[in-house]
Design a protein around this ligand. Structure first.
Ligand SMILES: Cc1ncc(COP(=O)(O)O)c(C=O)c1O
Length: 478
């Protein structure tokens, strides 16, 4: 699929329609695809390349002042869910840079879109200089959002965190700089000084001066059901009573990402959003991790919550990030701007991704994402049944014991071995990496294995070899 890069009569449009460029791109795709076909499954590192990887990791540690989380360094070639590293190993990538690469590694359509973007006159767009694809990108997101909400406008940013900064500013301006914010326990929002304050992880705000007043609500606990809804609503009402008119917004991830892939039913959010709305508190939905990955493009649509949302932020799989808001929340001139919005290639690939998501049969209860989730559950449930010794009951963050060890929604999948013990899960993640599966953790105790597989391209049957590797890695984790 190609992107409209300029109006029909310009030199630019002639360049982008050039048969010579089409032929060159076809040749590049052909060559890349031929190489990708050599990656057919996980394989171990090649001994003679170990030194190369070690050398790179040493340089990475030196330049950053700290070693990377994983001994990961890609060779630049991948094939869907498979990626080759510089040590010659091939691994199943089930985390994708924490949810960025929905179409996995080396997707030919994205390579093509990226090349087309790269022949544009601008490497980066933003602030004063936009080309048409930035507008198309914003329009596409706004149109999708507007289908089931009052959201209308879209401001593009260069990270999820900056989208969140924009959202916070919009909410603060709307409420005349109300000084407090209501967030959920265990939330994550990015790494700016303010987002590190709001995000509920002590280590991420260590040594950072407090610059916003945050009130936390407990998230939904499925074991408690209606009592959980009543309890959180009670907390919210207390806050509204205690600090009348002082909250600039209620911020929610509809599926908590870093916090532990916690889900909640519609009734939970409706109860809270109704109360917030009644108190004049704006509602901001952070979809930086959920966008594209659940059973609808915007998670609020699946939960039929669009009518409540004043501001939403998206990122990761969109390649460029954005903050969308209703006409009523459109801020005054001067509040939102920035040198960089995104690279032209990021817009071109982002558009290609969004168009495929619109038309590729991904969404709905029987769409590709739901089917991939069902396949994950089937494999995970069977794995747990085969090895109850690795899956004892888990004490959740509210101190309640649960036997639910397989959870998540859509392209956000989680597994809780070893009672959620952080140290053992850390060792397991290292073993999985060595054996050929890249995953990550989430939660703040209990901890979980977190999978954000490339839902755009991963096939249900590919969980077969992944769980074979899991079997081996679990067995050698003390
Ligand atoms: C829910 C949520 N919000 C915001 C962010 C921050 O996005 P970025 O890392 O692009 O700044 C993340 C990143 O993981 C996220 O998961």
């Amino acid at each position: 699929m190609t992107t409209t890069l300029a109006a029909p009569s310009t030199v630019g449009s002639a360049l982008h329609a050039s048969p010579a460029i089409d032929a060159a791109i076809r040749a590049i795709r052909h060559e890349v695809e031929a190489k990708q076909r050599e990656l057919t499954g996980a394989r171990p590192p090649r001994a003679e390349l170990k030194e190369t990887l070690d050398g790179w990791l040493k340089r990475a540690t030196e330049v950053r002042g700290r070693g990377p989380l994983y001994p990961y360094l890609g060779s630049g070639v991948g094939n869907g869910a498979l990626v080759e590293l510089v040590d010659g190993s091939v691994k199943w990538d089930l985390i994708n840079g924490i949810g960025v690469h929905m179409f996995g590694h080396g997707d030919p359509e994205l390579i093509e879109a990226s090349i087309r973007g790269s022949i544009s006159d601008l490497v980066m767009q933003g602030n004063l200089q936009y080309n048409p694809e930035a507008i198309e990108f914003g329009e596409l997101l706004s149109r999708e959002a507007a289908r089931s909400s009052r959201l209308k406008h879209c401001f593009i940013t260069n990270s999820g965190c900056m989208a969140n900064e924009a959202a916070l500013k919009v909410c603060q301006q709307k409420t005349n700089a109300a000084p407090r914010i209501i967030a959920f326990a265990d939330c994550f929002m990015g790494r700016s000084t303010t987002m590190s304050q709001i995000g509920d992880t002590a280590a991420y705000r260590q040594g950072i001066a407090q610059n916003i007043l945050v009130d936390y609500l407990p998230f939904y606990d499925p074991e408690m059901g209606q009592r959980s809804i009543d309890m959180t609503l009670w907390h919210l009402e207390q806050l509204i009573h205690r600090y009348p008119g002082q909250h600039c917004c209620l911020i929610a991830e509809l599926v908590q990402g870093e916090g532990g892939f916690h889900t909640a039913p519609r009734e939970f959010f409706v109860a809270l959003f109704e109360a917030a709305r009644k108190a004049g508190i704006p509602i901001w939905d952070d979809e930086v991790q959920t966008f594209g990955r659940t059973e609808s493009m915007f998670c609020f649509e699946r939960l039929n919550l669009g009518e409540y949302i004043d501001v939403v932020t998206v990122g990761k799989i969109t390649q460029a990030c954005a903050c969308l808001y209703t006409a009523d929340f459109n801020p005054k001139a001067g509040l939102l701007s920035g040198t960089f919005a995104a690279s032209t290639s990021a817009f071109a690939t982002g558009l290609s991704i969004l168009r495929r998501l619109q038309s590729g049969g991904y969404y709905g209860p029987t769409g590709r994402i739901a089917r991939l989730h069902a396949a994950y559950r089937e494999h995970a449930d069977a794995f747990v049944a085969r090895h109850p010794e690795w899956f004892p009951p888990v004490v959740n963050s509210l101190g309640r014991t649960t036997r639910t060890v397989v959870a998540g929604h859509g392209g956000m999948m989680r597994l809780t071995p070893f009672g959620g013990n952080r140290e053992r899960i850390g060792k397991l993640l290292n073993n999985l990496f060595e054996d050929g599966v890249i995953a990550f953790s989430c939660g703040h105790g209990p901890y979980h294995l977190r999978f954000l597989p490339p839902v755009g391209v991963m096939k249900p049957e590919q969980f077969g070899p992944v769980f074979e590797i899991m079997e081996k890695s679990f067995a050698r984790t003390p």
